[in-house]
Design a protein around this ligand. Structure first.
Ligand SMILES: [Zn+2]
Length: 272
């Protein structure tokens, strides 16, 4: 039987809801008070980074109210995780309207962020090693597509590195125009090689890292996804095949996002 608790508002029994990656923040540390709850000292995320004390703010449930029925559950899963973080990486890159954005690595997160950028009139240049990912970037309307460390055909106003490869950082910085911003979307990154001040940073080029997201990012992005049809490229795996999904990701065999589906639901129709 479906019920909502007494303190719940905005949801009705039977609604489809999603839980984004950032579930709780404390609401009173110096970061939360500055509107930077993604840096909260006691935030709680699935898979657990840091937890301490009793988180007291409400979990970030997203109501299907924001979402077009044109997304099924398997498409919504990457929107709630890869989609939101890619959206924050795009916001951190602060690409100007009508600007030129470079994207390094083109997986689950990047292919969604690229579409948001294109809806905003940004021209997107994709650098990636996988032939499948290059084909997907072309299908989605990228202005240019090339190998992972190739030079884009134009100087970039902003770039996002999605691949966890530190060697790409000087490459991406060199591709930036004066005043360009480089946003680093990953949680992990191999070591960054030494940078040359003149070649990589002078003329006010900037590097920004990205850590999780705020609930406001989640709401803004999910609303955007409800108003614009985003093509979500997914490969489905049974939950019991999670190891295979990870191996496929590592070997560039996943086009878009890998989504784990509970075994008992795998053969069933996916809900909209
Ligand atoms: Zn906090």
């Amino acid at each position: 039987m479906h019920r909502t608790g007494a303190a719940v508002s905005g949801f009705s029994p039977g609604d489809r809801v999603g839980v984004a990656w950032l579930r709780y923040t404390c609401g009173h540390c110096r970061y939360c008070l500055r509107g930077r709850e993604n840096l909260c000292l006691i935030r709680d995320t699935p898979g657990g980074t840091t937890t301490a004390g009793t988180p007291n703010s409400s979990p970030c449930l997203q109501s299907s109210h924001f979402l077009s029925r044109s997304y099924d559950d398997v498409e919504l899963a990457p929107l709630l995780c890869a989609g939101i973080i890619g959206f924050r990486a795009l916001e951190r890159a602060a690409v100007p309207e009508g600007g030129r954005l470079g994207i390094y690595g083109f997986g689950g997160s990047a292919h969604i962020a690229a579409q948001v950028a294109m809806y905003r009139g940004v021209s997107v240049h994709v650098m990636t090693r996988s032939a499948d990912a290059r084909a997907l970037a072309e299908e989605l309307g990228a202005e240019s597509v090339q190998g992972s460390a190739d030079k884009p055909p134009v100087p970039l106003d902003a770039a996002i590195v999605f691949a966890p490869v530190g060697d790409l950082i000087p490459t991406a910085l060199e591709a930036l125009d004066r005043g360009g911003i480089l946003s680093l979307a990953g949680i992990h990154m191999t070591d960054v090689p030494p940078l040359n001040y003149q070649r990589h940073l002078f003329y006010e080029r900037e590097i920004r890292s990205v850590t999780a997201n705020t609930r406001d990012d989640a709401r803004t992005f999910m609303r955007f996804a409800g108003e614009h049809r985003i093509q979500v490229s997914t490969m489905r795996y049974r939950l019991s095949d999670a190891d295979r999904a990870l191996t496929d990701l590592a070997d560039d065999r996943v086009r878009g996002a890998a989504v784990l589906v509970p075994d008992r639901k795998f053969g069933a129709t996916i809900a909209r």
